[in-house]
Design a protein around this ligand. Structure first.
Ligand SMILES: C[S@@+](CC[C@H](N)C(=O)[O-])C[C@H]1O[C@@H](n2cnc3c(N)ncnc32)[C@H](O)[C@@H]1O
Length: 302
């Protein structure tokens, strides 16, 4: 890297045409989003219950199980009883792209603390089987607590490193919500406001390459893989999808997204990625006034 090469967040300026809006959103405090646990209550009844306590929540037209509020809602009986999960609306995008169905065999390869796993279980109506894998013992405790609170009874918990998950029956769907440099969480994690360290990005990209290959090999033919991160770095996003496309018979599927977003980038520095990665979705903090993220939807070909 030459001394004039932009570093930190500044290196993303060429990717983000609405740069000033991006910077302004990064500096704003976050609202609170919550996802209705449809295994226990429907969104209208939850909204009425919260309103009865003087807590006003606003719905999202494109994701009706989610609400936004400016109030603190963690210390309520509704939260303790598992009527909702505190989770930014951006977290709904990978699970909606996965589109898990009741009765299927589904794997969440990097599952703790369980925000997406409990959403998957709810979309499966607790039918079929979801394997929620998490190698970190402490984080696994949080996963277990959330699974119990939400009442997601179709979940089995495993503790492999994702790259070592044993190949067996083919899964219908696999989610890799990868460990990443998490730049998209900078609104709640001030240490990330300057962007991630290049050494961290390189280390994580090595793990992500192993995870995406193993996740793909765990699918049945015709099965769907969703790869997601909460970071902006193309080295951890489009480059990882391109790495898979070079090594396996896979294709990127479009994601139906009726909310503001950007497309996957097909070039970064001196590197060009296959044109199909433009079907991936990038979400910046100003798009949903939330955190940021990246989502790819991939099919295993015969
Ligand atoms: C972004 S977090 C997952 C968040 C989770 N999907 C949710 O929605 O609540 C990534 C997780 O991957 C786990 N992880 C780290 N290295 C891993 C590996 N080699 N294989 C599988 N999971 C790993 C981390 O411990 C962390 O819990």
């Amino acid at each position: 890297m030459t001394p004039s090469t932009p570093t930190g967040l500044e290196r993303y300026r060429p990717l983000i045409p609405d740069w000033d809006e991006f910077l302004a959103a990064c500096k704003r405090p976050l609202s609170t989003d919550l996802r209705t646990n449809t295994l226990r209550i429907n969104p209208d009844d939850l909204r009425d219950r919260l309103l009865g306590k003087g807590i006003r929540v606003e719905p999202f037209a494109w994701e009706p199980t989610y609400f936004r509020t400016t109030r603190t809602v963690g210390a309520t009986v509704e939260h303790w009883a598992g009527l909702f999960y505190l989770q930014e609306v951006v977290q709904s995008v990978p699970v909606a792209a996965l589109d898990p169905q009741p009765g299927e065999l589904v794997l969440d390869l990097c599952a703790a603390p369980g925000g997406k796993a409990t959403d998957i279980a709810a979309r499966m109506r607790n039918r079929g089987c979801l394997v929620a894998n998490e190698p970190n013992g402490r984080r696994q405790q949080a996963l277990l607590a959330n699974v119990n609170r939400i009442g997601a009874w179709n979940i089995a918990i495993s503790e492999y490193r994702g790259q070592d998950f044993p190949i067996g029956d083919g899964f219908d769907r696999v989610l890799v919500d990868a460990p990443c440099s998490a730049e998209g969480t900078l609104r709640k994690e001030p240490s990330l406001r300057g962007g991630a360290l290049p050494s961290a990005i390189r280390r994580l990209a090595g793990i992500q390459q192993m995870l995406i290959l193993r996740a793909f090999d765990l699918l049945r033919v015709g099965g769907r893989l969703v790869y997601s991160t909460c970071t902006f770095a193309p080295e951890e996003n489009e480059a990882i999808v391109a790495y898979l496309l070079e090594r396996r018979r896979a294709r990127v599927l479009p994601i139906s997204a009726s909310f503001p977003h950007a497309s996957g980038v097909t070039a970064w520095g001196d590197t060009a990625y296959p044109s199909e990665v433009s079907d991936c979705v990038r979400i910046y903090p100003h798009h949903l006034d939330s955190g940021g993220g990246f989502v790819a939807r991939i099919e295993r070909l015969a």
